[in-house]
Design a protein around this ligand. Sequence first.
Ligand code: DX5
Ligand code: ZN
Length: 297
Amino acid sequence: MWCLRYPSLPVIVVLEKRSFSIDSKDECSFCNIGISDLSKGPPYAVGILVLGSIIDATFSSVEDLPSEMAESLFYRRNDSHRMIKIAPSILSADFSRLGEEVRRLGPMGADWVHVDVMDGNFVPNITIGPGVVKAIRQYSDLPFDVHLMILRPEEYLERFAEAGADFITIHVEACQGVGETLQIIRDLGKRPGLSLNPSTPFSEVAPFMDNLDLLLIMTVNPGFGGQSFMHEVVPKIREAREHVDENGLDMEIAIDGGINAETGKIAVEAGATVLDAGSSLFGAEDMAAEMAKWKLF
Ligand code: DX5
Ligand code: ZN
């Protein structure tokens, strides 16, 4: 768990199958531990996460990790080779200093910034609009994952696109022409996402899966942070994962609501690739350490 050379820094080794070739001169650019014996086995990339920044080093297999590194680092091999992404939900950030809150997410290891947009109609709460998204956009290079919990999202797509959203996720329950709206998001050069409430069956979103970059499965009723994960939604996560795998779809399955170290693991085991979380991350004593732990699910 700790860097060999800099023992106070948390380090995680994550394995992911990649097709690029390995340079035998590669070394961990942080520890400068050289890598030898790269001739056998399939290529794997090893990302070493040091305080949030990925430093690439490559090994031909887990077994080829230099022993001193293998002994001192905790590593895992994800059989499905899925990388877990973490998207802190700024709904739980300190709104009085939102820019600073967004700025610190990348260096702490976040992959995306999850932005919850609520209209007081689709959900009983009002949060932020395109103006705020635009204002905080300059504070981070991370992808902005904008979760629209609003009625008639089609009327606001352009504004969120201009404000700097990367993913724009609409709710299947909030929109009349779902397929058309997803296509508009794509035509705007953005990545379309579709979300569904805990009580909405997977069959409602299944017809749109072919044109999605992100399926966002709610594990609480949308509207507020700090609610408890609804375990009864887990079979739906599995159903979505099976659909994605059986159809060879290239997309993310995100889970949103009540995610913490325990429920996040359950979601990942059921097939999630993105964990959206507000209160457990912003309320953590050490958010970077918490996210580092989650990357090992
Ligand atoms: C809920 C929002 C969530 C929320 C999650 O309606 O969509 O993204 O911020 O908050 P926690 O992680 O506290 O359940
Ligand atoms: Zn959300």
